[in-house]
Design a protein around this ligand. Structure first.
Ligand code: F3S
Length: 399
């Protein structure tokens, strides 16, 4: 790789041991992927924040980077942690876990990371624009950044994202390059989509098909008539989960989609494909559900407003988690939505989510509107799942 004099100095340790380690990670990645040079990034999103996933080895590595003088050079936010930082006791999280989770966050904070803990950083200021080079981890946010915002990022892991934050750089390969952003398969949607589970199901149908493709998995999708921000974040989370897709050109939405011809390889998605994908994510009957969770990816203010409308003057009968970022929760507080939701007995699980929190074994069956949450709730926590439209999830909590 061709490194600039400044990059060589960092590699030689002149900016301290943490920056040196970060540059070593990036230079190694660059060599593996044949990058010719480093490029500056303007924003970073780091995953691998929950102590449940990191364990002591991950915590030790972060502490070492912090002790080595690591300091972020660009705006950097964090993925969900394993607990609500303020309200963890109400969610049944142990003190021991809380102590370790705080150590993780302290290490990030001392390096200058904004410890917001959310997978939807684009909802509160980490919002790159079209063509901007960024280094994001968290597969759903990566797909959203590439496909909806038109920014450019690879699917970073926790260490490579932190390395990008501490150097302000990333190796130029993959989705940073024009040639890798070309669509490789044309998906023709012949179904009408309305609710978030429909969009999650579309992500699963395409993702399942593309799993067998080893080359660039970049679909171009025609036929989505309209999609809200909430639909798109659900779709991006799902196609990233089931197909490892980091970029989908959605005609009418992705800023650069019109720059490409539709590829010759074609795939049709019919209403029965969508129904089948949804039914594959339902393993629990209504009477088995003992846990209800909304907010995968983290909820927008509009979604929280809807929950408050449906819970007003009612009482939930099941454990019901509302997962969102602290900035969005702050807006919900000011609008009075939090008061209504908590009076109904539902709980905010801010900074965390039903997948990264340490809740294995606590519940039997979960209802949600998220295809991604269904997948991981079963894969990680062995919960049975029930995929429902957003409003129906809330009704399920009231039964
Ligand atoms: Fe976000 Fe957790 Fe889902 S990180 S995308 S809410 S699994």
């Amino acid at each position: 790789m061709n490194l600039t004099p400044e990059e060589n100095n960092i590699l030689a340790g002149k900016s301290g041991p943490a920056a040196q380690k970060a540059m070593q990670i990036l230079e190694t990645l660059g060599r593996i992927y044949d990058a010719e040079r480093m490029i500056p990034v303007s924003s970073v999103q780091i995953s691998g924040v929950s102590y449940d996933n990191l364990g002591d080895a991950g915590l030790d590595w972060l502490a070492e980077m912090a002790a080595g003088g690591g300091k972020t050079r660009v705006f950097t936010t964090l993925n969900p942690a394993g607990m609500d930082i303020e309200n963890y006791r109400a969610l049944g999280i142990s003190e021991e876990f809380a102590i370790n989770q705080r150590r993780v966050l302290d290490a990030f904070e001392s390096m200058g990371v904004v410890t917001t803990c959310s997978c939807t950083p684009y909802l509160f200021g980490n919002l790159p624009h079209f063509g901007e080079h960024i280094a994001w981890a968290e597969s759903s946010a990566v797909c959203y950044a590439n496909s909806v915002l038109g920014a450019r990022t690879n699917r970073e892991g926790g260490p490579s994202a932190l390395a990008a934050a501490l150097t302000g750089r990333t190796p130029e390969y993959g989705y940073h390059l024009d040639e890798n952003r070309r669509p490789t398969v044309h998906v023709i949607l012949k179904a009408h989509l309305e609710e978030t589970p429909d969009f999650g199901a579309l992500g699963k149908v395409i993702g399942d098909q593309l799993q067998s493709v080893s080359a660039n998995r970049v679909p171009m999708i025609s036929g989505i008539e309209t999609a809200s921000l909430e639909n798109l974040k659900s779709f991006c989370a799902s196609i990233a989960t089931f197909g490892g897709v980091a970029l989908a050109h959605i005609r009418g939405i992705t800023p650069e989609a019109s720059a490409f011809e539709a590829p010759d390889a074609k795939m049709e998605v019919t209403p029965s494909d969508i129904d089948r994908a949804k039914s594959e994510l339902i393993g629990a009957s209504a009477d088995e559900v003992d846990f209800v969770s909304l907010g995968c990816p983290h909820l927008s203010l509009r979604e929280i407003q809807r929950i408050a409308q449906l819970l007003e003057d009612k009482q939930v009968k099941k454990e019901f988690w509302i997962t969102t970022s602290r900035p969005v929760k702050g807006m919900a507080d000011r609008m009075g939505y939090t008061e209504v939701i908590e009076a109904a007995g539902a709980r905010f699980a801010t900074d965390t989510c039903c997948v990264v929190a340490p809740i294995k074994g606590r519940f039997h069956a979960m209802a949600t509107d998220s295809a991604k949450a269904c997948y991981y709730a079963f894969a990680k926590n062995k919960f049975k799942t029930r995929l429902l439209p957003f409003d129906d999830v809330i009704k399920e909590a009231l039964q």
